[in-house]
Write a protein that binds this ligand. Sequence first.
Ligand code: AGP
Length: 606
Amino acid sequence: MCGIVGITSNKPVTSSIINSLRKLEYRGYDSAGIATLYNGLIDEVKCEGRVDNLEKNLVNKNLQGNVGIGHVRWATHGVPNQVNAHPHSSERVSIVHNGIIENSTLLKKHLIRKGHNFKSQTDTEVIVHLITEYLKKNDLQNSILKMLKRIHGSFALGIIFKDQPDLIVGARRGSPLAVGYGPKENYLGSDSYALKSMTNKISYLNDGEFCILRKDHVEFFDENGNKVNKKILELSSSEENYDKGDYKHFMEKEIEEQPITIKNCVNEYVDKANGDINIYNFPWKTDEVSSIVLVGCGTAFHSCLMAKYWFEQLTSLDVTTDIASEFRYRKNRFKKDTLYIFVSQSGETADTYAALDLCKKNGMKTCSVVNVVESSIARDSEFVLPIHCGPEIGVASTKAFLGQMLVLYLLCLKIGSIRKEIDRKTFLDKIKNLSLLSKLVKNTLTTETQIQAICNSFTDAKGSMFLGRGYSFPIALEGALKLKELAYIHAEGYPAGEMKHGPLALIEDGMPVVVLAPRDKYYKKTISNMQEVIARGAKVLLITNKSKDEVFSENIWEKIEVENISEDLLPFLITIPLQKLAYYTALKKGYDIDKPRNLAKSVTVE
Ligand code: AGP
């Protein structure tokens, strides 16, 4: 989850590299750095913290050169400081790296014995000295090949060389890497997003490949050094509005965008005229599928869990879910009639990609639900369902969560309809309800004034619990995750019915507890669970939907009522107050909303 950029051009590259690093900061922001080659000398400037600090360090240093590399870091080996920031350089090469070199300790000992001096605690620096060692007796390409065969683990690399005035080498194994094509210059980047402001002509490296960029041409090679031809993709040149506009934070903007993103996604998939859902050309017959496994991480896993309830309710399919980092090491029972669905906003999450790769190696049916259609997970799935949310920059996922749930719900309706397990009337009713969702989400967004007042009781809380049953349980998990990752408050999402089996002991006087109890089939049971926690002193924030019936319970501290819609769609609405609760609590605590500590937007390492 670091960000890499490289540019080789007929003009100075420093400012373009800095601009790209700003776009990459969502991938990691512990430290940053840049290196260029000028008059046969490699020069580098690095900093701890954000790209702003790098710019400050550049003020007193006129970094020249028409070829350079840059990096924003999410620390894996070595504390986040200037020394450990990338690039890492020797007198002959400079390197930026995203990934983990798993045999770095052994290689470091070997290189130290050969007289190499290490400055940093990083695994990356091993590559610098390894290539420098190989260059003593090999030409550039053979040095690269030898290095690639020697290092184990995952990497995306950008490398410049002292004696190669206009050349950048890129290499990929496990971490994404893209090449961009410009007028009299070419680019290397962790993803298309980093390059989109400079070009929409992109090629992607596959695992094991490396490339040699010059300002006027690019060559690709496989792991044996054989030339490889690459398609040049023209990405949607619609330069979506990547900036925050009038909002203080990307997360705030992305919460407020949800009515639009829901509407766009419904319009993409729902064929109102024919009363159908535009999901066709499955690469398999739906009667060949009798079970589904949904796999994801974090928020994406929560949308998988939500989909499980819908598939169980609306079809006869067996449905299980798994967290990708568990799935990839489990002794899975791979069966031909199982469809594996991978959910990932970025499409680059290493654990989710590894789970996909494992299924493909076992000949399984694979489908992915992603926001970034050019991503590795999308490119390597048999069938891709985009969520059409536009770039989600805030590390805490909001609009993508609703988008993932929406696409999974549409897929469930489509498959249930094809299998004739959802009758035509039910199918049409559900499509009609979906057309109401955007407006109801918009109306629900207006709860923020009430929420801003409620936050005060969360800012000083030692911990909190989020309780829900059935459709509300995945949302309870998601609400707890939001509060954890934004306000750094321990919060636990829990099945409401499970509290009496232990966690009730956690309830202390004045502890804020969020209870999700929309008036669905689980309502009465959940209200009983709510009364159990109130009786033990909890301050309960009840999230339910509007109704003329009063909630039959006293001592509810606060209540938020969302709009009414069919109970299987209420999860979309009860999520909104939880997103805002986490946002405003973090805001009151003065924390970084878009880049919370220790996190990154796309976790491209294990
Ligand atoms: C969500 O708010 C978190 N940032 C995190 O859990 C995220 O959902 C997870 O890392 C999965 O990311 P992906 O959807 O890009 O695969």
